[in-house]
Design a protein around this ligand. Sequence first.
Ligand SMILES: [Mg+2]
Length: 282
Amino acid sequence: MILELAVGDAYGAGLEYVNKVLVNKLNNLQSYHQHPNHPIGGGKYTDDTQMSLAIAELLVEGTEWTPLNLANKFVEVFKRDPRPGYAGGFYKFLQEVETGEEFLQKIRPESDKSGAAMRAGPLGFLPNIKKVIKYSTIQARITHDTPLGINAAVASALMPYYFINNLGTKENLGKFIENHVEGNWNMPWTGEVGEKGYMSVRAAITAIAEEDSLSKILKRSVDFGGDIDTVATIAMAAAACSSEIKQDLPKELIENLENGTYGRDYLIDLDNKLKRKFRKNE
Ligand SMILES: [Mg+2]
């Protein structure tokens, strides 16, 4: 899951909010793209993956699920490996705060954007729905303490949960989410994806329902245009856990994903640790 979501994020990052004509021309999955206007893309992942690492590492470490432990981890993963791709204000905030305690004191958690949903995928490994909802709500409230922000995060975490636990076909994913979270999760998304969390989640659900392989889902996620690194991250995190979906991400994208200290090998290792901890029968 972690490797795939990072590939989606890194691939989408080069094309996020790029004009439609250019997206149509470049979205062929043959290579990563450097973003035309920002220092992102080119095989480097962004905030979506880095914050998902924070969640995944806490799960693997078995750390108590408290706002302080989460905030400490968000600060830690940023400080150890700062990178562009965060929203400008939040990037500056993370540069300024030194500890989780300071993070919690100074944050204004009023956002209803996609930040809490983009990092929620690893929570799908938790053993039951109650826990998925509880953990994703707690982590969302730290930065996105709004109904829209929280619901999008819970929906995003339930997507991989649905596939990991073989709860149904990919076409029924949206209906399943609607049974547990308020929102029109089963309504297909069309058009460009804006910055609200539900938009990315609905676009990801649509791509999964309508395409049958990881590469087609990635292409479809990016074809929407707009905030598509987040769509691709959420879609890949879930689709990577489905036995119904062909696992066929292009070799070029896997091989050319960044592989520094927290790059590809680190992500694969973290994936294995998550699976060992939560999928005991495999
Ligand atoms: Mg991003």
